[in-house]
Design a binder for this molecule. Structure first.
Ligand code: F6R
Length: 241
Protein backbone atom coordinates (compact mmCIF):
# COMPACT_ATOMS: atom_id res chain seq x y z
CA UNK A 1 0.00 0.00 0.00
CA UNK A 2 1.29 3.43 -0.95
CA UNK A 3 0.00 6.46 0.92
CA UNK A 4 0.00 9.95 -0.56
CA UNK A 5 -0.79 12.65 1.98
CA UNK A 6 -2.01 15.90 0.46
CA UNK A 7 -2.89 19.32 1.83
CA UNK A 8 -6.56 19.60 0.98
CA UNK A 9 -9.32 18.41 -1.36
CA UNK A 10 -7.94 20.25 -4.42
CA UNK A 11 -4.42 18.97 -3.89
CA UNK A 12 -5.76 15.43 -3.34
CA UNK A 13 -7.80 15.67 -6.54
CA UNK A 14 -4.81 16.83 -8.61
CA UNK A 15 -2.55 14.08 -7.25
CA UNK A 16 -5.12 11.37 -7.99
CA UNK A 17 -5.89 12.91 -11.40
CA UNK A 18 -2.17 12.67 -12.18
CA UNK A 19 -2.27 8.92 -11.54
CA UNK A 20 -5.34 8.46 -13.78
CA UNK A 21 -3.83 10.67 -16.43
CA UNK A 22 -0.55 8.70 -16.43
CA UNK A 23 -2.59 5.50 -16.78
CA UNK A 24 -4.40 6.79 -19.88
CA UNK A 25 -1.24 8.28 -21.43
CA UNK A 26 0.65 5.01 -21.00
CA UNK A 27 -2.31 2.86 -22.12
CA UNK A 28 -4.80 4.92 -24.16
CA UNK A 29 -7.32 2.04 -24.33
CA UNK A 30 -7.35 1.53 -20.56
CA UNK A 31 -10.41 0.14 -18.82
CA UNK A 32 -11.10 2.63 -16.04
CA UNK A 33 -13.24 1.63 -13.07
CA UNK A 34 -14.97 4.78 -11.85
CA UNK A 35 -16.84 5.98 -8.77
CA UNK A 36 -19.49 8.59 -8.05
CA UNK A 37 -19.97 10.67 -4.88
CA UNK A 38 -18.29 13.84 -3.63
CA UNK A 39 -14.76 12.45 -3.44
CA UNK A 40 -13.95 12.03 -7.18
CA UNK A 41 -15.60 15.22 -8.50
CA UNK A 42 -12.40 17.27 -8.21
CA UNK A 43 -10.49 14.55 -10.07
CA UNK A 44 -13.02 14.58 -12.91
CA UNK A 45 -12.82 18.39 -13.11
CA UNK A 46 -9.02 18.28 -13.32
CA UNK A 47 -9.09 15.59 -16.02
CA UNK A 48 -11.60 17.64 -18.03
CA UNK A 49 -9.27 20.68 -17.81
CA UNK A 50 -6.35 18.62 -19.13
CA UNK A 51 -8.57 17.20 -21.89
CA UNK A 52 -9.57 20.73 -22.93
CA UNK A 53 -5.89 21.74 -23.09
CA UNK A 54 -5.21 18.72 -25.31
CA UNK A 55 -3.01 17.01 -22.72
CA UNK A 56 -5.12 13.87 -22.39
CA UNK A 57 -7.33 11.94 -24.78
CA UNK A 58 -10.08 9.63 -23.59
CA UNK A 59 -11.26 8.55 -27.04
CA UNK A 60 -10.08 4.95 -26.61
CA UNK A 61 -10.86 4.27 -22.95
CA UNK A 62 -13.68 2.08 -21.71
CA UNK A 63 -15.25 2.88 -18.35
CA UNK A 64 -17.05 0.63 -15.89
CA UNK A 65 -18.77 2.22 -12.94
CA UNK A 66 -18.95 0.62 -9.54
CA UNK A 67 -22.63 0.87 -8.84
CA UNK A 68 -26.14 2.12 -9.56
CA UNK A 69 -29.33 2.51 -7.55
CA UNK A 70 -32.01 -0.09 -8.21
CA UNK A 71 -35.13 1.53 -9.69
CA UNK A 72 -33.58 4.76 -11.04
CA UNK A 73 -33.49 5.34 -14.80
CA UNK A 74 -30.29 6.72 -16.39
CA UNK A 75 -32.11 10.05 -16.81
CA UNK A 76 -33.03 10.41 -13.15
CA UNK A 77 -30.91 13.29 -11.82
CA UNK A 78 -29.82 11.21 -8.82
CA UNK A 79 -28.90 8.13 -10.84
CA UNK A 80 -25.20 7.40 -11.07
CA UNK A 81 -25.49 7.18 -14.87
CA UNK A 82 -26.70 10.80 -14.91
CA UNK A 83 -24.00 11.85 -12.40
CA UNK A 84 -21.27 10.40 -14.58
CA UNK A 85 -22.55 12.05 -17.77
CA UNK A 86 -22.86 15.47 -16.13
CA UNK A 87 -19.69 15.37 -14.01
CA UNK A 88 -17.34 13.67 -16.41
CA UNK A 89 -18.29 11.85 -19.62
CA UNK A 90 -19.87 14.69 -21.62
CA UNK A 91 -17.06 17.17 -21.07
CA UNK A 92 -14.30 14.57 -21.22
CA UNK A 93 -15.53 13.54 -24.67
CA UNK A 94 -16.24 9.96 -23.58
CA UNK A 95 -18.98 8.58 -25.83
CA UNK A 96 -21.94 6.64 -24.36
CA UNK A 97 -20.81 3.42 -26.05
CA UNK A 98 -17.50 3.63 -24.16
CA UNK A 99 -19.25 3.75 -20.79
CA UNK A 100 -20.78 0.96 -18.73
CA UNK A 101 -22.84 1.03 -15.56
CA UNK A 102 -25.31 -1.46 -14.08
CA UNK A 103 -28.85 -0.73 -15.26
CA UNK A 104 -31.09 0.42 -12.41
CA UNK A 105 -34.12 -0.59 -14.47
CA UNK A 106 -33.06 -4.15 -15.28
CA UNK A 107 -36.00 -6.58 -15.04
CA UNK A 108 -33.97 -9.34 -13.46
CA UNK A 109 -31.41 -8.32 -10.87
CA UNK A 110 -29.69 -11.66 -11.11
CA UNK A 111 -29.28 -11.44 -14.88
CA UNK A 112 -28.06 -7.86 -14.67
CA UNK A 113 -25.39 -8.77 -12.12
CA UNK A 114 -24.26 -11.69 -14.27
CA UNK A 115 -24.21 -9.50 -17.40
CA UNK A 116 -22.06 -6.91 -15.64
CA UNK A 117 -19.47 -9.41 -14.43
CA UNK A 118 -19.32 -10.93 -17.93
CA UNK A 119 -18.85 -7.47 -19.42
CA UNK A 120 -15.91 -6.66 -17.13
CA UNK A 121 -14.40 -10.01 -18.08
CA UNK A 122 -14.97 -9.38 -21.81
CA UNK A 123 -13.28 -5.98 -21.57
CA UNK A 124 -10.20 -7.76 -20.22
CA UNK A 125 -10.59 -6.63 -16.61
CA UNK A 126 -10.07 -3.24 -15.03
CA UNK A 127 -6.72 -1.48 -15.46
CA UNK A 128 -7.28 1.17 -12.81
CA UNK A 129 -10.12 1.29 -10.30
CA UNK A 130 -10.89 4.61 -8.62
CA UNK A 131 -12.67 4.36 -5.25
CA UNK A 132 -14.17 6.58 -2.57
CA UNK A 133 -14.63 5.38 1.00
CA UNK A 134 -17.99 5.15 2.80
CA UNK A 135 -18.21 6.30 6.41
CA UNK A 136 -18.85 2.67 7.39
CA UNK A 137 -15.91 1.42 5.31
CA UNK A 138 -17.89 0.47 2.22
CA UNK A 139 -16.33 0.48 -1.24
CA UNK A 140 -18.75 0.57 -4.12
CA UNK A 141 -21.82 -0.45 -2.17
CA UNK A 142 -20.13 -3.40 -0.52
CA UNK A 143 -21.52 -2.77 2.93
CA UNK A 144 -20.16 -4.27 6.18
CA UNK A 145 -21.09 -7.98 6.23
CA UNK A 146 -20.07 -11.29 7.74
CA UNK A 147 -18.31 -12.30 4.50
CA UNK A 148 -16.98 -10.55 1.38
CA UNK A 149 -19.37 -10.74 -1.63
CA UNK A 150 -17.34 -11.61 -4.70
CA UNK A 151 -19.19 -10.60 -7.85
CA UNK A 152 -21.68 -7.90 -8.85
CA UNK A 153 -24.73 -8.20 -6.60
CA UNK A 154 -27.84 -6.45 -5.38
CA UNK A 155 -27.39 -4.95 -1.96
CA UNK A 156 -29.70 -3.50 0.68
CA UNK A 157 -28.12 -0.19 1.68
CA UNK A 158 -27.44 0.28 5.40
CA UNK A 159 -29.11 3.00 7.44
CA UNK A 160 -25.83 4.94 7.63
CA UNK A 161 -25.51 4.93 3.81
CA UNK A 162 -29.18 5.85 3.31
CA UNK A 163 -28.72 8.75 5.71
CA UNK A 164 -25.49 9.87 4.01
CA UNK A 165 -27.29 9.78 0.62
CA UNK A 166 -30.29 11.71 1.87
CA UNK A 167 -28.59 15.03 1.11
CA UNK A 168 -29.10 14.37 -2.60
CA UNK A 169 -32.86 13.68 -2.42
CA UNK A 170 -35.87 15.84 -1.54
CA UNK A 171 -37.03 13.52 1.22
CA UNK A 172 -35.89 10.41 3.06
CA UNK A 173 -38.66 8.39 1.32
CA UNK A 174 -37.12 9.03 -2.09
CA UNK A 175 -33.69 7.65 -1.15
CA UNK A 176 -33.29 4.26 -2.86
CA UNK A 177 -32.96 1.31 -0.48
CA UNK A 178 -31.20 -1.06 -2.92
CA UNK A 179 -28.29 -0.81 -5.33
CA UNK A 180 -26.30 -2.97 -7.71
CA UNK A 181 -22.61 -2.96 -6.96
CA UNK A 182 -19.48 -4.59 -8.27
CA UNK A 183 -18.28 -7.16 -5.76
CA UNK A 184 -15.04 -7.26 -3.80
CA UNK A 185 -13.50 -9.74 -6.23
CA UNK A 186 -14.28 -7.50 -9.24
CA UNK A 187 -12.58 -4.62 -7.42
CA UNK A 188 -9.61 -6.64 -6.15
CA UNK A 189 -8.94 -8.00 -9.64
CA UNK A 190 -8.30 -4.48 -10.93
CA UNK A 191 -4.62 -4.20 -11.82
CA UNK A 192 -4.23 -0.92 -9.96
CA UNK A 193 -6.48 0.68 -7.30
CA UNK A 194 -6.56 4.30 -6.15
CA UNK A 195 -8.79 5.35 -3.23
CA UNK A 196 -9.35 8.99 -2.34
CA UNK A 197 -10.65 10.25 1.00
CA UNK A 198 -10.99 13.79 2.26
CA UNK A 199 -12.37 15.58 5.31
CA UNK A 200 -12.22 15.00 9.05
CA UNK A 201 -15.33 12.77 9.03
CA UNK A 202 -13.30 10.14 7.11
CA UNK A 203 -10.29 10.16 9.49
CA UNK A 204 -11.48 7.37 11.81
CA UNK A 205 -12.60 5.02 9.02
CA UNK A 206 -9.34 5.63 7.11
CA UNK A 207 -7.43 4.52 10.22
CA UNK A 208 -9.66 1.47 10.78
CA UNK A 209 -9.71 0.39 7.13
CA UNK A 210 -5.99 0.68 6.38
CA UNK A 211 -4.35 0.23 9.78
CA UNK A 212 -6.82 -2.18 11.39
CA UNK A 213 -7.49 -5.88 10.73
CA UNK A 214 -8.68 -7.07 7.31
CA UNK A 215 -12.35 -7.91 7.85
CA UNK A 216 -15.60 -7.92 5.86
CA UNK A 217 -16.99 -5.74 8.67
CA UNK A 218 -14.80 -2.97 7.18
CA UNK A 219 -14.94 -3.86 3.47
CA UNK A 220 -12.22 -1.40 2.37
CA UNK A 221 -9.74 -3.18 4.68
CA UNK A 222 -9.28 -5.87 1.99
CA UNK A 223 -7.43 -3.30 -0.11
CA UNK A 224 -4.45 -3.75 2.25
CA UNK A 225 -3.89 -7.06 0.44
CA UNK A 226 -3.82 -5.59 -3.08
CA UNK A 227 -0.39 -5.43 -4.69
CA UNK A 228 -0.87 -2.01 -6.34
CA UNK A 229 -3.07 0.01 -4.02
CA UNK A 230 -2.59 3.76 -3.51
CA UNK A 231 -4.42 5.69 -0.81
CA UNK A 232 -4.64 9.44 -1.46
CA UNK A 233 -5.84 11.42 1.58
CA UNK A 234 -6.04 15.08 2.42
CA UNK A 235 -4.66 16.35 5.72
CA UNK A 236 -7.93 15.94 7.60
CA UNK A 237 -8.76 12.43 6.39
CA UNK A 238 -5.16 11.37 7.06
CA UNK A 239 -4.95 12.98 10.50
CA UNK A 240 -5.09 9.67 12.44
CA UNK A 241 -2.56 7.73 10.35
C1 F6R B 1 -19.84 5.67 -5.30
C2 F6R B 1 -19.52 4.64 -4.35
C3 F6R B 1 -19.40 4.88 -2.89
C4 F6R B 1 -18.71 6.20 -2.53
C5 F6R B 1 -18.66 6.37 -1.02
C6 F6R B 1 -18.03 7.70 -0.62
O1 F6R B 1 -19.87 5.14 -6.62
O2 F6R B 1 -19.34 3.54 -4.77
O3 F6R B 1 -18.69 3.81 -2.31
O4 F6R B 1 -17.43 6.21 -3.07
O5 F6R B 1 -19.95 6.30 -0.48
O6 F6R B 1 -18.87 8.74 -1.03
P1 F6R B 1 -18.39 10.25 -0.98
O7 F6R B 1 -17.27 10.38 -1.93
O8 F6R B 1 -19.61 11.04 -1.41
O9 F6R B 1 -17.99 10.52 0.44
Amino acid sequence: MKIIKTRDYDHMSRQAANILSAQVILKPDSVLGLATGSSPIGIYQQLIRWKEKGDIDFSQVQTVNLDEYVGLSPDHPQSYAYFMRKNFFEEAGIRPEQTHIPSGLAKSGEEECHRYDELIHRLGGIDLQLLGLGLNGHIGFNEPEEAFEKGTHKVALTDSTIQANQRFFKSMDEVPRFAYTMGICDIMQARRIVLVASGSNKAEIVRKAFFGPVTPKVPASILQLHTDFTLVVDEEAGSLI
